[in-house]
Design a protein around this ligand. Structure first.
Ligand code: PFF
Length: 456
């Protein structure tokens, strides 16, 4: 298929839903609450919101520009827009990030299947908080079961990927995202009537500035990139399928708002429960998995609700794993002239291997750490806190340096047919503010800013 004949999304709502599907997933519902818990609560939320507005939204618009302008996969996009340059390195960084994320993301996605299964078989009821926590620990550290679910998840992703872009992704997203949103709302209402509601909401919304640190800022920036799927070309790949009349700015605003809303709902659902049931907010990756069963245990027909919830969560994860897989598959397929099917197989097998090792890092391979982190955490750190922000910074520098403002405006306004009121502010932001801010956050985390300040 030549580049001009690329498939495009069938309908407007399809574009938004598929892109929301790529963004909204475990990042907002599983990762966000545990990041909030580990990084001091409200102060993290505040920095996260600032990062979303000041970095997330402008970078998303910029990725949409690159994708639709080039109509190519993430590595090819830079070759198309800046032939003969080294900018395609940004694309390689993105492909590698997608591949690694898919490895550990599939493990958590597998956990959602286990919980769905447990809800179905009724084993999520009648337990104490300590029993729920012990159950999770024994499940996640065992060898075969979590690996089995991880591989099932990768297989499901694989099947959708080989069945084609439009059919697979669009059909899946249309039904699932609204349903997930509704059930989240319902669970928030339940959580808000628990005894720990005051403490929980204060933890989430009241910043305690004594908790502020450089690592809170790095974590919040990482969460922004991870949960919006920016900085690694996923949205470049998706927007390469957008139609000519898709309003890029509007789509970016809608995706960002919806994604942030889902994260906030997840926080409102989790923290009152965390304080009601005496769970440690700093519990880490298991936070959501030990908190949710407690909430369901307090609801009439809890097993039914919990089954529906975990199905939808698994599907939200699936729309994200599809997008991650698509980044790597589209790259291998188009750059190495391999059939799509063969490319997808190669990716799935590779991801399967990483997934197995990530899963084992909770148990059998727990002793093997990288910089004090088990493999799962190390890959999460490397991708969310380093590779994605680095990619985002380079994307901004690329567009700021290599793309004429006229071209940028033409694409973002659909040749002048939609308005872009703050275009100059946006362009200034992308060229100067965003790359400098990300660079400073990196330097700060490395302790280099402090050293520089001491020098002067
Ligand atoms: N944004 C997704 C989530 O929040 O679950 C994760 C993700 C998907 C990250 C796709 C990056 C990506 F390219």
């Amino acid at each position: 298929m030549s580049k001009n004949e690329r498939v495009t999304f069938g309908s407007k709502i399809g574009v938004i839903l598929a892109t929301v599907g790529c963004a909204v997933g475990l990042g907002s519902i599983w990762r966000f609450p545990y990041m909030v818990g580990e990084n001091g609560g409200g102060v993290f939320l505040l920095v996260f919101m600032l990062c979303t507005l000041l970095l997330g939204l402008p970078i998303m618009i910029t990725e949409f520009f690159i994708g639709r302008r080039s109509r190519s996969n993430v590595a090819g996009a830079f070759k198309t827009l800046a032939p003969g340059s080294h900018w395609s390195l940004i694309g390689y960084n993105g492909v590698l990030a997608a591949f690694l994320i898919l490895g550990f993301y599939s493990v958590v996605s597998g956990w959602t299947l286990e919980y769905m299964w447990q809800a179905l078989t009724g084993s999520l009821s009648g337990k104490t908080t300590a029993e729920f926590a012990a159950d999770f620990e024994s499940f996640s550290s065992s060898v075969f079961r979590p690996i089995g679910w991880t591989l099932v998840f990768i297989a499901m992703t694989h099947i959708i990927i080989v069945s084609g872009v439009e059919k697979g992704i669009e059909r899946a997203s249309k039904i699932m995202m609204p349903a997930l949103f509704l059930i989240l709302l319902l669970l928030c209402v339940r959580s808000l009537t628990l005894p720990g509601v005051k403490e929980g909401l204060a933890f989430l919304f009241k910043p305690d500035f004594s908790q502020f640190s450089s690592s809170v800022v790095l974590s919040a920036m990482g969460q922004t990139f991870f949960s919006l799927s920016i900085g690694m070309g996923c949205l470049i790949t998706y927007s390469s399928y957008f139609g000519k009349d898709t309003n890029l700015q509007m789509t970016a605003v809608q995706v960002t708002v919806l994604n942030t809303l889902v994260a906030l709902l997840a926080g409102i659902m989790i923290f009152p429960a965390v304080f009601s049931f005496g769970i440690e907010p700093t519990a880490g990756p298991e936070l959501v998995f030990i908190t949710l069963p407690n909430i369901f245990a307090q609801i009439p027909l809890g097993n039914v609700w919990s089954f529906i919830f975990f199905i939808l969560l698994a599907l939200a994860a699936l729309t994200s794993t599809i997008s991650l897989h698509e980044v790597v598959t589209a790259y291998v397929h188009e750059e190495y002239h391999m059939t799509r099917k063969k490319a997808a197989w190669l990716v799935s097998l590779g991801v399967g291997v990483i997934g197995i090792f990530c899963s084992l890092s909770f148990g059998l391979l727990k002793e093997y750490t990288i910089g004090g982190l088990i493999l799962f955490d190390a890959l999460d750190y490397l991708t969310a806190k380093i590779m994605m922000p680095l990619g985002g910074m380079l994307i901004c520098i690329f567009v700021g340096k290599r793309i004429e403002k006229k071209v940028l405006k033409e694409e973002l306004t659909n040749k002048g047919s939609v308005a872009f009121y703050f275009f100059n502010t946006y362009a200034f932001f992308i060229k100067y503010i965003a790359p400098v801010a990300i660079g400073l956050i990196f330097l700060n985390e490395l302790g280099l800013l402090k050293k520089l300040a001491e020098l002067f």
